[in-house]
Design a binder for this molecule. Structure first.
Ligand code: SF4
Length: 349
């Protein structure tokens, strides 16, 4: 049964660093304070009452959990212990920097019910990491993923294509390297230039050119397809739109409130364009959960086919996987997959 995640944003807390792109307050929408034990249990009670039988996972996002003083880490995890014992909650997830992970810390967290650790890898290219002021190396990220995995926890890797010095090729290489290192899942956050960051200053001075939305979508679809080919879930593409992150706080870069949908829609659109020729009338069937992706943001998927002279109807078919499309024309019905039936070259991005 699908887990429901109860999020707590511990914005910038514990972080020993200021990466040039980071404004944790804007990213998380939180005010930079830590929740009290009472606030934690109250929020869990509320979510428990609406989550039905779904297991609850408690997640501390933002900041650098394992760099917080141990006393504070213990205080955040303490109210969860009786809830774990009683089965009210199922597990705990934290996020942190790769250079703030070691065997002792992971063992301690594991003993407190932490089952998943998300690592802000961002890139596996040391030149990019240095240019972005990350303060850790690709080797440390590799070691952190291995450490988490070797102690039986799930490791997530966050990647940021489009950082200073990054290229589509190094983004793809970063993805391949975190998969090789053993990441269980990935988040892709194309770089955005947030107001009042060092990156904003460089952008304004003309020293940094971020990925445009179009290029970011092209790159993300390639990364997503590569992750799918490797069987590794990409659980999020693009920073979440919320009170703190919006058209005003984002100065430039690849940001859209429905970026993940734009990327998936482009994969389906490319697949249809490859196999359906202009002038055809087709019915395209997809998994019910993918209907809105095939139709596209603001019906863009339908529109782009109409511009090619294709008349397309979209319908659900629960027998298909989420990656498949069944294209039905007069006299033929063929199933294609966005995983294997389209071929991208990184040089096109
Ligand atoms: S390590 Fe994370 S929280 Fe700290 S400045 Fe960098 S991105 Fe922000």
């Amino acid at each position: 049964m699908k887990r429901v995640t109860v999020p707590f944003f511990i914005s910038h807390q514990g972080c020993p660093h200021t990466c040039i792109f980071c404004d944790q307050r804007a990213i998380s929408g939180a005010n930079g304070t830590l929740p009290t034990a009472g606030q934690i249990t109250a929020k869990i009670d509320l979510w428990r009452s609406t989550a039905g039988k779904h297991p609850l996972e408690i997640a501390f996002f933002g900041g650098t959990f394992t760099a917080l003083p141990e006393k504070i880490q213990a205080a955040l995890l303490a109210p969860l212990q009786p809830l774990l014992e009683s089965g009210t909650i199922d597990s705990v997830r934290i996020s942190t920097r790769p250079d703030c992970i070691d065997v002792g810390r992971v063992e301690w967290l594991s003993g407190k019910g932490v089952r998943t650790i998300e690592l802000g890898v961002q890139s596996m290219d040391d030149t990019v990491l240095t240019a972005s002021g990350r303060g850790h190396s690709a080797a440390e990220s590799h070691a952190a993923i291995s450490c988490v995995k070797s102690l039986g926890l799930r490791a997530g890797a966050q990647l940021m294509p489009g950082l200073p010095g990054d290229t589509p090729l190094s983004s793809l290489s970063s993805l391949e390297q975190v998969i090789t290192a053993g990441a269980d899942f990935i988040r892709i956050y194309p770089t955005v230039v947030l107001q009042e960051t060092e990156l904003a200053r460089r952008y304004t001075a003309g020293d940094f050119t971020p990925l445009s939305l179009d290029r970011g979508v092209s790159l993300c679809k390639l990364l997503l397809q590569r992750a799918m080919q490797a069987g590794i879930p990409v659980i999020r593409i693009g920073l979440q739109a919320d009170e703190g992150l919006n058209a005003e706080s984002v100065l430039a870069g690849c940001w859209h409130p429905a970026l993940g949908q734009l990327v998936r829609s482009q994969l389906y659109a490319d697949l249809i364009s490859r196999f359906v020729t202009p002038g055809q009338h087709v019915t395209v069937y997809c998994h019910p959960a993918r209907l809105s992706d095939v139709v596209g943001v603001k019906r863009g998927g339908l529109q782009s086919q109409a511009e090619r002279g294709v008349r397309m109807r979209v319908a659900p078919d629960a027998a298909l996987t989420r990656e498949e499309l069944k294209v039905e024309t007069e006299g033929s019905s063929i199933i294609y997959s966005i995983i294997n039936d389209i071929h991208y070259s990184i040089h096109e991005v």
